[in-house]
Design a protein around this ligand. Structure first.
Ligand code: NAD
Ligand code: GLY
Length: 365
């Protein structure tokens, strides 16, 4: 399980055909350099970052690399979800060919979930797959997207419609990168953190209630604990159901069905992903009460913790038809039914089928 060595925590991800380790550190690059000594003997990793993270965080990383004799080449991609598309991927392929990249090359993906998803997809498809290391810099990417190998880009018809399951060689999480993260992005990450507690861990939920002030102040000790806990939960789920074929990985989508519908109906402009998920979790909990899965107290408790963390809990107003149209395009549709994640109790959820019409009706109640 979780091991502690000096200032480094390690969470192993043990899959059937691939194993890797998530290192969780605070303000430390040595462990990354040590790892690269083995896997990147030419000392020329190929670093992908974006126009926000590059200027902000790359100088320090490059300085550490230089001290250890590494000479990375780097490419700065444009920032933002609107660039998470095949045009950006093409740009990445062009750069890799210019660099003479081959199957022995190692890509380093330095940024948030958008950069990690794009870079992972480039790595998955260039020469049918090259090695990559995730170095996530947002809370969302540290607790969720850098772990588990879902990589891909958006299509005009929906988010993440083009992609692959392609696991990283290694994940290096440095919580000190979160110091520069804008408040709203940080809160979006906390929505995913609360999700893990609701789906899997009562004690962690109580910890999030108790330590709220310190967590909102980004206390580094609390941050390391949170990131470790979420990565451990995610690693466990991914180990048991790597490609979402056995159902368990679906529980990670708690709150996401309604959340994605909100994001889509507001053109991905008004709400961040975590904000959509927060409102989606409230609705999923209330629908769980209506469908007899949990008590009203539990749904109220979930609403309270999200509101206390400054996340939106009130649903925007859309017609039944708008909700239905949006829900119908969800990736979790199986035939005429959605696979929906219901709350049973804090720390336990279940997946059951429900029609998008019924969910839309409920959202208009
Ligand atoms: P993001 O990558 O867009 O990052 C948010 C903003 O913060 C960006 O402007 C980014 O450049 C900036 N930023 C990043 N690190 C920073 C730092 N340390 N300091 C200051 N600014 C920083 O958004 P995100 O929330 O990290 O990721 C969302 C994306 O992740 C979505 O595309 C979503 O689909 C994807 N995602 C994927 C998975 C998965 O399993 N693959 C899981 C969850 C989310
Ligand atoms: N973020 C959902 C998953 O990785 O399955």
């Amino acid at each position: 399980m979780l091991t502690v060595s000096a200032k480094r925590y390690q969470v192993p991800v043990k899959l059937k055909h691939h194993r890797y380790v998530i290192d969780i550190v605070s303000d430390e690059t040595q462990s990354l350099c040590d790892f690269l000594e083995t896997y990147c003997p030419d000392k020329k990793p190929l670093l992908l970052t974006n126009s926000v993270v590059g200027p902000l965080l790359m100088p320090k990383l490059l300085k550490s690399f230089k001290k250890q004799g590494f000479k990375p080449e780097y490419l700065i991609l444009p920032d933002g979800e609107r660039h998470k598309n095949l045009a950006t991927v093409q740009h990445g392929y062009d750069w890799l060919t210019e660099q003479g990249a081959n199957r022995h090359s190692v890509m380093l993906l330095f940024g948030g979930g958008v950069l990690g998803d794009i870079g992972g997809f480039i790595a998955a498809t260039y020469m049918r797959g090259i090695k990559y290391v995730q170095i996530p810099t947002t809370l969302v990417s540290q607790v969720d997207s850098s772990v588990g190998g879902k990589v891909g880009v958006d299509h005009q018809e929906g988010k993440n419609l083009v992609g692959a399951f392609y696991q990283p060689l290694h994940v290096h999480i440095d919580v000190s990168y979160l110091n520069t993260l804008p408040e709203r992005e940080y809160l979006c990450g906390l929505a995913e953190v609360i999700k893990y507690a609701v789906i899997k861990d009562t004690k962690f939920y109580e910890f999030l209630q108790k330590e709220r002030i310190g967590i909102l102040q980004r206390d580094p000790v609390l941050l390391e604990k949170i990131v470790k806990k979420c990565c451990t939960i995610k690693a466990g789920v991914v180990t048991r159901d790597e490609k979402e074929t056995r159902g368990e990985r679906m529980i990670l989508n708690f709150g996401h069905t309604v959340g994605h519908a909100i994001e889509k109906l507001t053109d991905y402009r008004k709400y961040g992903h975590g904000e959509g998920v927060a409102m989606g979790m409230v609705q999923a909990a209330e629908l769980s009460v209506a469908e007899g899965h949990c008590t009203r107290e539990i749904a109220l408790d979930i609403t309270d913790i999200l509101a206390a963390y400054g996340l939106p809990v009130k649903l925007p107003n859309f017609s039944k038809r708008q909700w239905e149209q949006s829900l119908k395009h969800d990736k979790k549709m199986r035939g005429s039914h959605l696979q929906f994640v219901f709350v049973e109790s804090i720390g336990q959820v279940s997946v059951a089928s429900i029609t998008p019409q019924k969910v839309a009706q409920f959202l208009r109640r």
